[in-house]
Design a protein around this ligand. Structure first.
Ligand SMILES: *[C@@H]1O[C@H](CO)[C@@H](O)[C@H](O)[C@H]1NC(C)=O
Ligand SMILES: *[C@@H]1O[C@H](CO)[C@@H](O)[C@H](O)[C@H]1NC(C)=O
Length: 221
């Protein structure tokens, strides 16, 4: 049989289709929401199956709740910062050393409440693309507010919150009031995180006359 030009074209087309087919992949990630604590760094997992290299692909991370939704783009082996939501600048990165094995997870640092939303990991090769969407929830770090208040002092005392090792805790601004007889009332708030002992001390003292009062609080979380 004589090979016509048409046959030849068909063979080439088939070959092209086959090449394209070999690049097929799925993009996968977690189906459960990622729960982040405000202030922490998180990883939004996303990877290719089969685990082929994504180094030559375009990796887009989008926040679907924004109109101009680009959180991060990797293309032609580099980061593309154009059209990145300014708010994510400097806070997002890929694990570039992991791309060769199809790991296109995004690292997001210093999570804020406004980072909550749906993130799409969109991966495009020459003739194939796929995507996966992850839900991110942000919760505030838990803590317990404690208030220490003491009255009837003269001269003005100092108030301090301490942990069980006697280390000063950073507390809110101290408040001082004087009653009509000229005595001082002091109070101060502190927000404490759970510790192994959960014991905290409020100390009120007048260093000048060396008088001191302490109250220990034991929290049962
Ligand atoms: C890719 O996946 C296969 C099996 O699923 C595994 O054996 C192999 O180590 C993986 N390769 C890389 C580079 O992670
Ligand atoms: C991707 O890389 C990051 C950083 O090394 C790692 O924490 C994560 O588990 C990797 N994900 C997959 C699917 O291999």
């Amino acid at each position: 049989m004589k090979v016509t030009q048409l046959d030849c074209l068909c063979v080439i087309l088939l070959h092209l289709l086959h090449t394209a087919g070999s690049e097929k992949f799925e993009v996968l990630g977690p189906t459960d929401p990622i729960v982040a604590v405000a202030g922490d760094d998180i990883i939004l997992p996303c990877y290719l199956k089969p685990n082929i290299s994504a180094e030559d692909m375009t990796v887009d991370w989008l926040n679907l709740d924004f109109k101009d939704s680009r959180v991060y783009r990797y293309q032609n082996h580099r980061i593309i910062r154009d059209y990145q939501i300014p708010y994510y600048r400097g806070r997002t990165s890929l694990f570039e050393e992991e791309l060769w094995r199809g790991n296109t997870s995004l690292k997001l640092t210093r999570v804020q409440g406004t980072d909550e939303g749906r993130y799409k990991c969109f991966i495009k090769a020459k003739s194939w693309y796929d995507d996966f969407t992850i839900q991110v929830l942000v919760k505030e770090r838990g803590g317990m507010g404690l208030l220490c208040e003491s009255e009837g002092w003269h001269p003005e005392p100092e108030l301090a919150w301490l942990d069980s090792k006697g280390v000063h805790l950073s507390a809110g601004p101290p408040e001082t009031h004087r009653d009509f007889k000229g005595f001082y009332r002091v109070k101060q708030h502190v927000i404490v995180q759970e510790t192994d002992t959960n014991r905290f001390t409020c100390r009120v003292q007048q260093s000048r006359i060396n008088e001191k009062m302490e109250t220990e609080v034991h929290l049962l979380y």
